[in-house]
Ligand binder design. Structure first.
Ligand SMILES: NC(=O)c1ccc[n+]([C@@H]2O[C@H](COP(=O)([O-])OP(=O)(O)OC[C@H]3O[C@@H](n4cnc5c(N)ncnc54)[C@H](O)[C@@H]3O)[C@@H](O)[C@H]2O)c1
Length: 390
């Protein structure tokens, strides 16, 4: 006998920690009577997170991030009678409307990614918002100046050591590398790759390309970090030389304007530009498109590749319009972050639900039960107690 199973089921079954957490939440109901609003990439692993929160008694109102929403994920969530406002869009205005719709439901807790929901909540505060979580580096940076205004506990998932090494370094590195291959159908061997930013994401990205036989250089504005990259065996040329030598150029800094139209004279014929940073502002795609030296743009719409042809005969390519390349048609491997979100969210809820066990102890217990290797969880769980509250 056989049965047709879905990708959502496959991924749900791969998220073993979330499955164990869901079983526990079903008994303890830590979110009973609470509404949770989410603004997290609506891709298949997020389904596993959302179903876990719902098993814990939460009512959910959801949207995604700019350009990463998967229609199949939305359809599945709606079939489970979960309220979803998101559409797959690159339009910031349309995206903002979905975010506003989530906040208009006045959730008790927010699960944010990039600071989108909390920024709206800071502008239009409402009674009953208890706090929540923020997933990523860029969201942390965005919410920090709003700390006083928000005045509520927000657990920064990004500060968890597990998030840093398991997701940002290993999973993002691997998925950016995988995305390059999937987008381009090209090999990496012998390619000269330049990675801008040697933080957690940049370290993983540089390592993955090197492991795939590329010749990798790193540019980081922080000289100490650049030295670290150098001692890790990467070349660390000056910015101009790094751009002009690159067959593949990856930005993962979290900072706007890393590669701009002013760099046009440096860009190598055939170069591929891609971004892994949260916001689509690291590569100034709009300025490239409008530059007078660009005589033609070929859009491979289905593949989300643009080829920009220059007056002097050079041509270079931009992947995914400068949005996070690994989340355009997302297939990112980030189960750790989803599990960390579930346990941190329970921790946020425990302030209103005194019966809930502390997240670290419960999580440690769960990891033992499913025989996780020690290095995968307990250390970070204990350190996770120190998660900074903004
Ligand atoms: N694509 C994904 O799936 C994904 C997942 C997690 C995080 N992110 C995002 O990736 C970005 C990087 O995250 P991170 O955790 O590695 O951040 P990080 O703060 O650890 O590292 C960023 C690095 O960029 C460097 N940098 C800053 N300005 C620079 C410049 N002008 N030139 C060169 N280097 C510069 C910094 O010195 C730092 O070393 C953030 O936007 C984050 O939100 C993306």
């Amino acid at each position: 006998m056989h049965r047709d199973a879905t990708r959502i089921e496959w991924i749900g079954n791969s998220c073993r920690l979330l499955k164990a957490t869901a079983a526990e939440f079903a008994k303890t109901q830590p979110f009973g009577g609470l509404t949770i609003g989410t603004g997290i990439h609506l891709e298949t692993k997020t389904v596993a997170l959302l179903m876990t929160l719902r098993a814990g008694g939460a009512r959910l109102v959801c949207t995604g991030n700019l350009n990463s929403t998967q229609p199949s994920t939305v359809a599945f969530l709606r079939s489970q009678r979960i309220t979803v406002f998101a559409t797959q869009t690159t339009d910031p205005v349309a995206h903002h409307k979905s975010l506003e719709a989530v906040v208009a439901e006045r959730p008790d807790l927010l699960l944010d990614n990039g600071g989108d929901l909390f920024t709206i909540a800071a502008e239009s505060p409402y009674a009953g918002l208890l706090g929540g979580t923020e997933e990523t580096t860029s969201g942390r940076t965005r919410l920090l100046p709003l700390r006083e205004k928000l005045g509520m506990p927000i657990l920064i998932i990004n500060d968890s050591p597990i998030k840093q090494f398991a997701e940002n370094r290993h999973a993002v590195g691997q998925s950016l590398f995988e995305s390059y291959m999937r987008f381009t159908n090209r090999s990496t061997n012998g390619k000269r790759v330049t990675v801008f930013g040697y933080g957690a994401c940049g370290k993983g990205t540089a390592a993955c390309f090197r492991n795939a036989f590329s010749s990798v250089s790193v540019v980081d504005i922080d000289p100490v970090t650049a030295l670290e990259a150098n001692l890790d065996g990467f070349s660390t040329p000056l910015r101009g030389a790094a751009i002009s030598s690159a067959d593949v150029l990856v930005t993962v800094t979290g900072v706007a304007g890393i590669v701009t139209a002013a760099d046009l004279p440096l860009i190598k014929d055939g170069a591929i530009l891609m971004n892994g940073g949260h916001f689509p502002h690291e590569i100034d795609v709009a300025a490239f498109r409008q530059h007078p030296d660009v005589v033609r743009i070929d859009r491979y719409e289905a593949d989300r590749i643009e080829s920009l042809h220059l007056k002097d005969g050079r041509c270079f390519h931009i992947l995914g319009g400068g949005h996070m390349a690994n989340l355009v048609r997302a297939r990112l491997a980030i189960p750790w972050s989803r599990w960390t979100s579930a346990s941190r969210c329970r921790r946020a809820a425990s302030s209103v639900s005194p019966g809930a066990r502390s997240a670290p102890r419960a999580a440690l217990f769960r990891c033992r039960r499913i025989s996780m290797p020690w290095w995968q969880a307990p250390i970070s769980i204990w350190r996770g107690r120190k998660v900074r509250q903004t």
